[in-house]
Design a protein around this ligand. Structure first.
Ligand SMILES: Cc1ncc(COP(=O)(O)O)c(C=O)c1O
Length: 410
């Protein structure tokens, strides 16, 4: 354990290095802040200085704390959110999985999705059926899912902290014996009717990449309800080995299933654990900042309904991490020029997810939209949308004034 004296010494080094660092130097309103506090760094440094950074007891401690936080029976840490999706997808077809899927079975996924929300399921042998999203929440529209007849699984994304009617989706999945995967990589801490997103489905996946609600640099978590599922993903995470599992430990090197190496580091687990302790505080500040930005825009004398903002689902207590904006149609032809202007003023922007994924070269490579379906809302979000950062520290009056001034220059 680092003493207070050690921490003071490290603090001096951190301050010295940060003066030399050019990160965000030319940015007035960045998409990403430097995500680590000194406490996070001390937690990571303790592991590094112990000379034992590979997965061990601290990962277990973080998994326990995470499971307790989201109210899930089991949580397993992996090295990214993409890896969490990879594990959940291959688990669905594994011989150990009860009522497992077969290669060629169909799953639904929103057209507004992330690359590695989709690909793991395709790589596992499943066939995607894309559905449009709800324009208010940017998430899968449960009414559209309910029309689907020949599907075996739902990959539901909770986008930018928001969600659609997850209880209806869960009910439909149960009734029709569909597997439900909740990609919660963008929504850690959001609660739907007091239950955390990620805990409604068979598997819930989370990401601790740099830009998300908490960060360990890289990292992810997968939660599930049953011991069988937990043991399955546990062995698949590390070579198909039974090491670390209570049963089957008869032989030293015993490989009970197919597997990957998706192990995290104790180093990243220590940072993740440190961040988890601050999550509720960060959720609160981000919610306040979101309100401040919306109010400042709407109360400006230059406000003429230039933008709309997505709204949380009625039953959701959201945990935001970005601030998405949809430009009104009448300004659409200036969008690129406008984004260039914002970036030149140091207001960083980015697309919402990767837009309508069917427009991506990789989706074309795999011929996913041979019928040239339109996915109106996903396309609208791609055409009119962009997002800016939403900091975890209170926005100052000056920053708010600067930001609204620049945003309203449209
Ligand atoms: C919805 C969604 N799913 C999965 C991922 C992948 O997470 P990671 O970057 O930790 O692999 C991301 C990444 O941003 C994401 O936005």
């Amino acid at each position: 354990m680092l003493s207070n004296k050690d921490k003071k010494f490290l603090e001096k080094i951190i301050n010295k290095l940060s003066k030399l660092d050019n990160f965000n130097k030319n940015t007035n309103y960045p998409l990403l802040e430097k995500g680590f506090t000194n406490e996070d760094i001390f937690s990571g440094a303790e592991v590094l200085l112990s000379k034992k950074i590979t997965m061990s007891n601290i990962t277990k401690k973080f998994e326990k704390a995470f499971a307790k936080y989201v109210g899930s029976k089991y949580a397993l840490m992996v090295n990214s959110g993409s890896s969490a999706n990879l594990l959940s997808s291959f688990a669905l077809l594994n011989p150990k999985k009860k009522n497992r899927l077969k290669s060629g079975d169909t799953f639904v996924i929103p057209a507004l999705c992330w690359s590695t929300s989709l690909w793991p399921f395709v790589q596992a042998g499943l066939k995607p059926k894309f559905l449009d999203v709800d324009i208010k929440t940017f998430c899968l529209d449960d009414k559209l899912i309910k029309k689907e007849k020949n599907i075996k699984a739902i990959v539901n994304l909770h986008i930018l902290g928001n969600c659609s009617n997850i209880l209806e989706i869960q009910k439909f999945a149960k009734k029709n014996r569909l597997f439900l995967i909740e990609d919660t990589c963008e929504a850690l801490g959001s609660k739907y009717k007091s239950k955390f997103l990620g805990t409604f489905g068979d598997f819930g996946t989370y990401s601790f990449y740099y830009s998300h609600q908490i960060t360990s640099g890289e990292g992810g978590m997968i939660v599930c309800k049953s011991k069988e599922d937990y043991e399955l993903i546990h062995s698949m995470r590390a070579h198909g080995w039974d090491r670390g599992l209570a049963k089957n430990n008869k032989k030293n090197f015993n490989f009970i299933n197919s597997g990957f190496n998706l192990r995290p580091l104790d180093l990243t687990a220590a940072i993740g654990l440190s961040q988890l302790k601050r999550l509720n505080k960060m959720i609160k500040i981000r919610a306040q900042n979101r309100k401040l930005i919306i109010n400042a825009l709407k109360n400006s004398k230059y406000w003429k309904d230039q933008f709309s903002f997505f709204e949380p689902n009625n039953n959701l207590n959201p945990s935001w991490f970005g601030f998405p904006i949809l430009i009104d149609n009448k300004y659409l032809k200036f969008k690129q020029k406008y984004l260039n202007y914002l970036n030149s003023c140091g207001v960083e922007t980015r697309p919402i997810l990767s837009g309508n994924f069917l427009n991506q070269p990789s989706a074309k490579l795999y011929g996913f939209n041979k019928k040239n379906e339109k996915f109106k809302n996903s396309q609208d979000i791609e055409d009119r949308g962009f997002f800016i950062g939403l900091p975890t520290k209170e926005i100052s009056f000056n920053t708010l004034k600067f930001l609204t001034e620049k945003l309203l220059k449209i």
